[in-house]
Design a binder for this molecule. Structure first.
Ligand code: NAD
Length: 428
């Protein structure tokens, strides 16, 4: 596989690897290796000082054979069209593996959100929708929050879309705030989804979850609910979490051998996922360096912070006790580390299966918007568990059947579903 660090080249290399194993037709590959549509836009915004600033934005629609394109919008100073392309392609596979009737899309704007006032953020996201109004919507492409964007921004975008088309259209955007067309359970969905997958993996491996321990990287939305779920749903123990300290500009691991209390830690964590060190220390947590989480003697590792964290160097630090790696983050493991993990026989639950709870709940949100009837949190979480358990089973079945690791099996399940939809629609 390619050693490239360009995200899109990596996404294409992963696809090619499985396409080879599947013996996929060359012409079909040519369709799937590239996005179907790409919009590269310039967005003029009146700033608070009265001047106009022009931002560069992207929206990429990879494949909509199975349903409308779906994917977040990122605000990131280093955004590139290739990152957005890769993420759009991964969304196609994520929706297919979760078996939700959606395709893959992604958007981005080159901007650091911390440099914008609230008014500037609102004018920027409204302008993004004004430019793309004919190309997004509940039956075309449904944006959602992602790195650097929030539920409030989704509310503004939904409002702009509704005004432009002349009718209330909540299903045009997901990840909206509760009370503004959002779904119960969205906050918990990704982290709990990780834990539903871990539970199924333990069933398969014959491990009693109550005897297990986990180490988690990150303490943002995904890591917080994965930690809570590991303890409250599985009965296991989480012995550390980590975070990036925005003040010190360095990462720390927060460790308690007898088990952390994620609800307490959540209470002393800011909106960006930085834990208050002094309060944690006072509560008996040992503060270690940011890399300490990976070498802990635990049964389960849950990387839930950033991409590329388990790489050629750090993979060597993984303790021999580790049996499961559950990829809460997108792309936390490099292809080089994957090889070592597979050789060591660690059961890895790949990102686009493991963290598909978020997009699945987004799909539930648009279903509720369409029917204008809203479910309770319990109803949402029961449906989420059912969908994710089925997705896990189908990937595990493929893995056992074809004697391939879970990542390749997930690609096989996803690609087969997209190819079938293209056939049924007469595209190929
Ligand atoms: P977040 O911004 O809420 O939290 C990120 C956390 O990672 C923070 O606690 C931050 O301090 C920590 N972090 C950053 N750099 C670190 C470092 N070097 N070492 C240790 N910790 C570090 O983000 P999130 O929504 O929890 O997303 C985490 C990952 O999960 C991302 O890869 C994201 O793409 C992926 N993901 C999120 C969702 C979702 O619904 N939120 C869905 C699918 C995938």
């Amino acid at each position: 596989m390619s050693g490239s660090t360009n995200a899109f080249e990596m996404a294409q290399a992963q696809f090619d690897h499985v396409a080879d194993q599947l013996g996929l037709d060359e012409q079909v590959r040519e369709i799937l290796r590239w996005p179907a549509r790409e919009f590269i836009i310039r967005i003029p915004v009146r700033m608070d000082d009265g001047k106009i600033k022009v931002f560069q934005g992207f929206r990429v629609q990879h494949n909509d054979a199975r349903g409308p394109n779906k994917g977040g919008i990122r605000f990131h100073p280093a955004e590139t069209v290739d990152t957005v392309r890769a993420l759009a392609m991964w969304m196609t596979w994520k929706c297919a593996v979760a078996d939700i009737p959606l395709g893959g899309g992604k958007g981005g704007i080159i901007v650091d959100p911390a440099t914008l006032s609230n008014g500037e953020k609102e004018r920027l996201v409204r302008a993004y929708i004004r430019i793309l109004v004919r190309n997004v919507g509940p039956r075309q492409d449904v944006p959602a929050p992602d790195v650097g964007t929030t539920a409030q921004m989704m509310g503004w975008m939904m409002d702009e879309y509704s005004r432009l088309v002349g009718q209330y259209t909540p299903g045009a955007i997901t990840g909206k705030p509760l009370g503004g067309g959002g779904s119960q359970g969205r906050t918990e969905a990704t982290g709990y989804g990780v834990i539903y997958c871990v539970r199924e993996a333990m069933k398969h491996l014959g491990i009693d979850p109550k005897t297990t321990t986990a180490a988690v990287q990150g303490f943002g939305n995904v890591a917080q609910y994965a930690s809570i779920g590991f303890i409250e749903q599985l009965g296991g123990k989480v012995i550390c979490v980590s975070c990036w300290d925005r003040n010190d500009k360095t990462a720390y691991t927060f460790t308690k051998a007898e088990g952390i209390d994620p609800r307490f830690l959540k209470g002393i964590t800011d909106q960006y996922g930085t834990i208050d060190k002094e309060k944690a220390k006072a509560a008996g947590y040992a503060i270690e360096d940011g890399g300490a989480w990976i070498s802990k003697k635990v049964d389960v590792l849950i990387p839930a912070a950033l991409e590329g964290q388990i790489n050629g160097d750090t993979v060597k630090l993984i303790n021999s006790a580790v049996k499961i790696i559950a990829e809460g983050a997108n792309g936390p493991t490099t292809p080089e580390a994957d090889v070592v993990i597979n050789q060591r026989g660690i059961f890895l639950i790949p990102d686009f299966l493991c963290n598909s709870g978020g997009v699945t709940c987004s799909y539930f949100e648009s279903v509720q918007n369409d029917q204008n009837f809203y479910w309770t949190k319990d109803e949402v979480l029961v449906k989420l568990d059912h969908t994710m358990t089925q997705a896990f089973d189908s990937v595990l079945g493929m893995s056992l059947d074809k004697k391939v690791v879970m990542r390749d099996a997930a690609y096989m399940v996803a690609i087969a579903k997209v190819v079938k939809a293209m056939e049924l629609r007469g595209w190929i």
